[in-house]
Design a protein around this ligand. Structure first.
Ligand SMILES: [Ca+2]
Length: 251
């Protein structure tokens, strides 16, 4: 669980850096897409992004895009619907992405249960349907609509983003920035590859091939674990804060 909590902190760190690391353009408001495989930790990331937008003038969340990972994609889509419903932000559209990796990899890991959010059995009514347009095509379209001001944060596999790169070689150049929360394939300190990279290594390779320091920031999970020295007490406070936010249901 400590590894997963470190990932949540990593995601928070990325979101908090989005405004600082990227020059604001046009209407002065960066646009944000979170490409995710929610997943309890990705749910936290989405909540934090919405709070950051509302209370700290953070980037405007303009879409969620889904993929396979912590659970199967159809569960990820439903979790995105549930998250937005709880946050009272069903105006954010959901675009469904890849249901498997580009070549071949494991099925979802079900770290947070079969449904990705703890298998509580809770039914949340009146969920807003996902959009019909595919996530990959929408990412390309959004990069044109919001050229120079679109930030994409990936907290799952790189499948959707890699396919967008392949379909449209100018995709990355139109982004304000791409933040990748997918760590190492190999590390001296870690015996296993990081989950988001391992789930689609070919997509990770495509992203790395197209990486430009002015456009893509990869935050290695292994390095975060080494240098993000947050005490257990502070972790507890962060956890309590998250649960308070979730309970309040008034983002
Ligand atoms: Ca994730």
């Amino acid at each position: 669980m400590n590894c997963k909590f470190n990932l949540i902190l990593l995601i928070i760190g990325i979101l908090s850096r989005v405004c600082l690391a990227t020059e604001r353009t046009k209407d002065g408001k960066l646009k944000l897409v979170i490409d995710n495989d929610a997943g309890g930790d990705d749910a936290m990331a989405i909540f934090v992004a919405l709070l950051y937008e509302k209370y700290y003038d953070g980037p405007q969340l303009v879409a969620l895009t889904t993929g396979n990972g912590n659970t199967l994609e159809h569960n990820v889509c439903r979790n995105n619907q549930r998250i937005l419903k709880v946050a009272n932000r069903q105006n954010v559209p959901i675009y469904r992405g890849c249901k498997s990796s580009i070549v071949n990899t494991d099925v979802a890991n079900f770290y947070y249960g079969m449904d990705g959010l703890g298998d509580t059995g809770e039914t949340i009514p009146e969920l807003t349907p996902a959009e019909e347009q595919n996530a990959v095509l929408r990412l390309i379209e959004l990069s044109k609509i919001h050229e120079g001001e679109l930030v994409i944060v990936t907290v799952g596999t790189l499948t959707n983003v890699a396919l967008a790169m392949k379909l449209d070689p100018a995709f990355i150049s139109r982004l304000a920035h791409l933040y990748v929360a997918a760590g190492h394939i190999y590390s001296d300190q870690e015996s296993l590859p990081e989950f988001n990279a391992k789930m689609d290594p070919e997509a990770y390779h495509i992203m790395a091939q197209n990486a430009r320091p002015d456009k893509i920031t990869v935050v290695p999970f292994s390095q975060t674990k080494i240098y993000l020295n947050i005490s257990k007490v502070r972790r507890t406070y962060y956890g309590l804060a998250f649960f308070c936010l979730l309970s309040a249901r008034d983002v």
